[in-house]
Design a protein around this ligand. Structure first.
Ligand SMILES: Cc1cc2nc3c(=O)[nH]c(=O)nc-3n(C[C@H](O)[C@H](O)[C@H](O)COP(=O)(O)OP(=O)(O)OC[C@H]3O[C@@H](n4cnc5c(N)ncnc54)[C@H](O)[C@@H]3O)c2cc1C
Length: 479
């Protein structure tokens, strides 16, 4: 193992670990990444989960955050094999009766389909989209002084509200209310919680700003392109190597952990100051997910035609249904009719399945750690809006929230965001600090989604952590 003043170790090769490693390697450090799994990429892995010729994104699939992220912007990922496949419709939200609300790149064209809510939608989204770069920069830069404080303050005034409150006060039609609620429900929080409107606004803005693309060939292509950048700068990656203790790691300039608090407490094993360790123990995880991957005999027979033209479909019915479903999973109960996030990448990327066949995945939110089987509940929601779907299923692979954690130890209890992203913990993760990427143990840093700006594939946690390392040239990880 390389050791020394100019060496840095990164534990975990998720997008944040890779971005931390790339940033340090580009600054001239000699970087090694250790990954527990046989395959690199963490939440970006793509695997043949069902039948020959079908490939599936095990975790993330839809990448508005990656495409908009300043962390990825100057890496020329496109030059290293990443081709973004953006559907014409960024997302669709079917409703009973064969209709759907949907978002396309143009705010005006999206508004036109919202009937009585057309002008309310324009009024809400147009100022955000006009200042899209500033809002994205402000949200992902987390805790830095924003470049456009006035724009961000304006965004904050609406974002601080609950998704339900904002949808009900701005919109009158069930379709517009449901569409906004479906986007905000990505937060995995009760839609009555303060701040959940921010998720709806930010992810909705991204649909107009960059679209909601998938990566041709699967998210693994994104991970592989990041690894290629790292290796070009001299970085090394070691797979099948689970780091179980900091004691294994040699003295170096920095150790950067792409891990969540529960794992950090385990590997640090008594090496962290008592008060800091106590704060990490108080860190809260959110609900888990139950996920299904399908190999399908043909395209999904959605009743609403717009749902056939997108990769992302939100299946939650009305706003009030989703309010109930999300409050149930957050209260430790199983929702009878869960909000289902459905992704059909082969609509825009046919390379993932044999000709004429398709792949799809879906998950619903469940209580953290739940081992309940939600296959029927999820498929009933799909059938509700796409009758005949079950007849197309050639094979399925399911993961309850314990399986999700087995696949990737960062998904504690199936929580895919590295901890609850509510208003109390979004920017104060994992502890309250102006520099949450820095631990009190000299030379030890955290870069996972348990730091700001939180979950999703944007690499910004990794970028912030690496910058914190570079801003502390005197710090050392010693034994
Ligand atoms: C089902 C699902 C769907 C999702 N969909 C999307 C989506 O469509 N779009 C989106 O933007 N985000 C999505 N996400 C969230 C996204 O994948 C994560 O937020 C993101 O991957 C977090 O990146 P990270 O680098 O912090 O951690 P991770 O990507 O989780 O990577 C952590 C890495 O550390 C490794 N590791 C853990 N412990 C050790 C150890 N002790 N030693 C060595 N290595 C270790 C793990 O094996 C893993 O490779 C989804 C997640 C899931 C599970």
């Amino acid at each position: 193992m390389t050791t020394g003043e100019n060496h840095a170790t990164v534990v975990g090769s998720g997008p944040n670990g890779l971005l931390a490693a790339i940033t340090l390697a580009r600054a001239g450090l000699d970087v090694t990444v250790f990954e527990a799994a046989p395959q690199l990429g963490g939440g970006l892995r793509t695997e043949p989960l069902t039948l020959d010729g079908f490939v599936h994104d095990v975790c993330s699939a839809v990448h508005p955050l990656a495409l908009a992220s300043p962390a990825f912007a100057d890496l020329d990922l496109e030059g290293r094999g990443v081709h973004w496949c953006s559907p014409e419709v960024a997302l669709a939200h079917p409703l009973d009766g064969g209709i759907a609300a949907y978002v396309v790149r143009s705010v005006d064209r999206t508004a036109e389909n919202l009937g009585a809510d057309a002008s309310a939608y324009r009024k809400l989204m147009t100022p955000l989209v006009e200042h899209g770069d500033a809002v994205v920069d402000g949200m992902l830069s987390a805790l830095q002084i924003p470049r456009a404080p006035v724009t961000l303050a304006r965004f904050g005034l609406s974002a601080i509200r609950s998704a339900r409150g904002l949808a009900r006060s701005r919109f009158v039609t069930p379709a517009a209310r449901a569409m906004f609620g479906g986007i905000a429900a990505h937060a995995m929080l009760p839609l009555t919680d303060v701040g959940t409107a921010g998720y709806g606004l930010f992810l909705g803005l991204l649909a107009h700003h960059v679209g909601w693309p998938v990566v041709e060939g699967g998210s693994q292509v994104l991970a592989d392109s990041l690894v290629a950048v790292l290796e070009e700068h001299g970085g090394k990656v070691v797979t099948d190597h689970e780091v179980t203790s900091l004691a294994e790691l040699p003295p170096s300039r920095a150790v950067v952990l792409d891990l969540t608090p529960r794992q950090i407490l385990r590997v640090a094993d008594g090496e962290l100051p008592h008060r800091y360790a106590r704060s990490l123990r108080r860190f809260r995880y959110g609900p888990g997910v139950f996920k299904i991957d399908w190999a399908l005999d043909g395209p999904v027979p959605w009743s609403a035609p717009e749902a056939c033209r997108t990769a992302t479909v939100h299946l939650g019915g009305t706003l009030e249904e989703m309010v109930l479903s999300e409050s149930e999973s957050n209260a430790g109960r199983l929702a009878e009719r869960p909000y289902v996030l459905f992704v059909q990448p082969t609509v825009v990327d046919p390379t993932r399945a044999p000709t004429g066949k398709h792949v799809a995945w879906a998950y619903c939110h469940v209580p953290n750690g739940s081992t309940a089987d939600r296959t029927d509940a999820i498929e009933a929601q799909v059938e509700r809006f796409a009758p005949g779907f079950r007849d197309l299923v050639l094979a399925r692979s399911v993961m309850n929230s314990a399986d999700v954690e087995r696949h990737n130890a960062n998904y504690v209890g199936g929580d895919i965001n590295g901890g609850a992203g509510d208003i109390r913990q979004l920017f104060t993760r994992p502890v309250v600090s102006p520099h949450p990427w820095v631990t009190p143990r000299p030379g030890l840093y955290i870069c996972s989604s348990s730091t700001p700006p939180g979950g999703g594939v944007h690499g910004m946690c990794g970028l912030h952590a690496a910058r914190a390392v570079l801003a502390r040239p005197g710090a050392r990880f010693t034994r």
